[in-house]
Design a protein around this ligand. Sequence first.
Ligand SMILES: [Zn+2]
Length: 300
Amino acid sequence: MRMRRGASRGRNKPHKLLMLLAVLDLFDEGRMAENRIYFDPGLIELFRDYFDAVAKEDDWAQPGPPFFHLRSSPFWHLHPRSGREAEYAALTTSGGGSRRIVDNVAYAYLSHEIYLLLLDEVHRESIRDFILGTFFESQEQERLADVAHSHRSVSAMESSLGHGQIRESSGDDYVTRSAAFRRMVLGAYDYRCAACGLKIVLPDLPSPVEAAHLIPWTVSHDDTPQNGVALCKLHHWALDASLIAPSLDLCWKVSPLLDARRDSERELTRLAGLKILLPQASPYRPKKEALAWRLSRMAR
Ligand SMILES: [Zn+2]
């Protein structure tokens, strides 16, 4: 595989290589059953972790340009959105941000032989070693290897939490469990608030939507995704303050402490009776006992 580490103002820019490391992690996570790499929050967050490990002061964590410009490598191809072929053909750059990619590119895909190669874990490992050893200084190599390792730990933790393993085992670390919980819940809800529907995906900024515990972690130590719900910062706060709660029939209940006649409280009171915005066909919908626990704690 021939790659160059891009250069800018006399200093090498590692963005394309970091994007490839993120893609290798998608394979590790089992998310490449199809040869399609979506420019989605899952990929962007993997990229950002690598970026943070090697960023210099004047670097921007922009995942858009490498996702787009990797197309100059013979193994990386972009598939235009249907109906946007003409707009895509006219593009010469990603424009720095993400809008042009989101609007015009459905997904990236790899050359078939590279895709087949990367399905094999041993090959992925040697390509990862090659990228680190060839393009990065030894300190950077260590930091990037740590990120790759933590991504793998989170992915393994997702698998055990997804199978409903609640109890911590002695080797678990809190950071890995929390990261796995967050990724599973946000992924299931597609980064959308289950109360108000807020979803803002800006690749250069963290999501305003968080993974909330139904039964708090301090009470249950339960990081299974069925104990979670995705909420924006306001509605996460309102849940934790027991001002809103999901009911067993999967609608929002609002505490009688709030008054629907007060405009200032409408962002909460308007939820009363509305359906929870649940993930479609996901095994990670909230479990009954977690819903019941929350409802029983509603502030009165
Ligand atoms: Zn919300």
